[in-house]
Write a protein that binds this ligand. Structure first.
Ligand code: ADP
Ligand code: MG
Length: 482
């Protein structure tokens, strides 16, 4: 459908980040996942009468670490409140969260766009809260199972200002947040498990007009879905408005399999939840010294890592951004570069061959069948001339298929580049003897043309050696002989 005139898109994100603490936010129960339902649900997690919650200090520290990483104000005093609503997987009848006095105040994040521009997205605040349990519909006929293992798992919810103006901004911001929390080590970043989930608020307006009514598309758990869901919702809103309709403020659910979305509920206001400060929990007080200690202990963050890659490895800003953008990729790249002794080659392989394979098989770099050490070994063999780059791709493929380490594969399949110049000379002589017409043609050509014509002979030699000859050596020999 074509739309008339200009529309501006306005996007703000709310992001739930599951904190990687050992125990829950208000109890000592394990946060482990994958066990049978309700193994890790204590009386406190269920809010039973007579129990009292105790705040997990590490959850507080993790929230502060995030705040420091985005240059936010850290509240010296923050307050937990009860957000009251009924849901089967929330047996307490309320979620303990923060509203008026969150632990992390205003901050900002800089994102890199494809055209080279940078953009600042402001963080409105981030607050601590507990996760709910899970409702299970699949294994039950006409019934719903409730698994409360996740109930009480600590989360931070990061709320951005509506500073993004399209899917590219939003995805870049989401990726940056992912990179920050995984670099900090406060979240494992596993989006497929819902450990980081994105709610996207979208509105459109004519340039110069006030902000339009927004909708919220909830729980997007991949960057690709986020991009698609935004495109879909923007188009829908413009259609509605151009048909003279109005946008209803509502929560929408996106289905990635069908690339469709539907309305889930019209949006409640905060006053529907009857928030009030939780009488069971004291305000959280944090001292300047504690904040300073956490600041001093911050690990390397994505922006600093990118700058280091440019400086230390002489990578372009673009390459450095790609490689430093995810902690898993960064670790892989650095290990491969170190083992291989060549950062530029490691960068090329990680962004080229490896990325292509991972992409094709829809694998995460942390599940790569070729380990960073093995890629390093492969790079070493390339550098020391044991194999040509053509053979290297073959070795990589074999290593990917689980045939062993590069050295073993090279040995077992006899892939070593021919280093015996006597043997190579024989093959070169043979190729020349077999191609009298081409030799004649070559000899009659001028220097410029010869450069091109020699390619035929190089090709023949490579074919005869199954790619194992060193192309430079072949070139030299041919020039001499011809
Ligand atoms: P509420 O508290 O009612 O949910 P907020 O003001 O906290 O609303 O905003 C929630 C999210 O929606 C924030 O990420 C904010 O940036 C975004 N947002 C607010 N207004 C708009 C708008 N008109 N268009 C797009 N996003 C918006
Ligand atoms: Mg809100």
């Amino acid at each position: 459908m074509s739309h008339s005139g200009n529309w501006e898109v306005v996007i703000g994100l709310e992001v739930h980040v599951q904190l990687a603490t050992e125990s829950k936010i208000f109890s000592g129960t394990s946060t482990r996942t994958g066990d049978e339902p309700n193994r890790h649900a204590s009386l406190i997690d269920l809010g039973m009468p007579g129990t009292l919650p105790v705040v997990n200090k590490e959850a507080i520290r993790n929230a502060i670490r995030f705040g420091l990483a985005v240059n936010a104000d850290i509240a010296r005093r923050s307050v937990f409140e009860r957000k009251n609503y009924f849901y089967p997987d929330l047996p307490k009848g309320y979620q303990t969260t923060q509203l008026a006095e969150p632990i992390v105040g205003a901050g900002e994040v800089e994102v890199q766009l494809e055209n080279g521009d940078k953009k600042v997205v402001r963080i409105h605040h981030a607050h601590l809260e507990e996760d709910a349990g899970k409702s299970l519909h699949e294994d039950f006929h006409g019934q719903t199972g409730i698994d409360l293992n996740r109930a009480g798992t600590p989360l931070i919810e990061i709320v951005s200002e509506p500073d993004m103006s399209g899917a590219e901004d939003a995805v870049a911001f989401a990726r940056k947040l992912h990179s920050i929390v995984t670099s900090l080590g406060i979240c494992d970043g596993d989006m497929s498990q819902g450990n980081m989930r994105f709610d996207v608020n979208i509105s459109v307006r004519r340039p110069g007009e006030p902000l339009g009514t927004r909708t919220e598309t909830k729980n997007l758990n991949s960057f690709r879905f986020m991009e698609k869901a935004i495109a879909l919702e923007v188009a829908r809103q413009i259609d509605v408005l151009e048909d003279g309709g109005e946008i209803v403020q509502e929560t929408r659910l996106y289905n990635g399999e069908t690339n469709t979305a539907r309305s889930m509920r019209t949006k409640e206001d905060a006053n529907d939840y009857r928030y009030f400060p939780c009488p069971d929990l004291l305000p959280v007080m944090v001292s300047e010294e504690e904040i300073q200690t956490l600041r001093d202990e911050l690990p390397e963050l994505p922006d600093a890592r990118k700058a280091r890659y440019i400086e230390q490895y002489q990578l372009s800003a673009y390459d450095a951004d790609l490689l430093s953008g995810s902690i898993a990729t960064a670790r892989y790249f650095e290990t491969a570069a170190e083992h291989g002794g060549d950062a530029k080659l490691a960068a090329n392989w990680v962004m080229g061959e490896l990325a292509a394979k991972l992409n094709a098989e829809d694998k995460d770099i942390s599940d790569s069948p070729v380990s960073a050490e093995h890629l390093g070994e492969l790079i070493q063999r390339l550098k020391d001339g044991t194999i040509s780059s053509k053979i290297a791709k073959q070795v990589f493929e074999a290593c990917w298929n689980g045939e062993g380490s590069p050295d073993r594969i090279i040995e077992a399949q006899g892939l070593k580049q021919m280093s015996d110049s006597g043997e190579l000379e024989k093959i070169v002589d043979q190729v020349i003897a077999d191609s009298p017409a081409q030799v004649e043609d070559y000899r009659n050509a001028d220097d410029a043309k010869r450069k091109k014509k020699i390619g035929f002979f190089v090709g023949q030699v490579m074919k005869a050696t199954q790619g194992k000859a060193n192309p430079q050596q072949v070139n030299q020999l041919l020039q001499q002989k011809l």
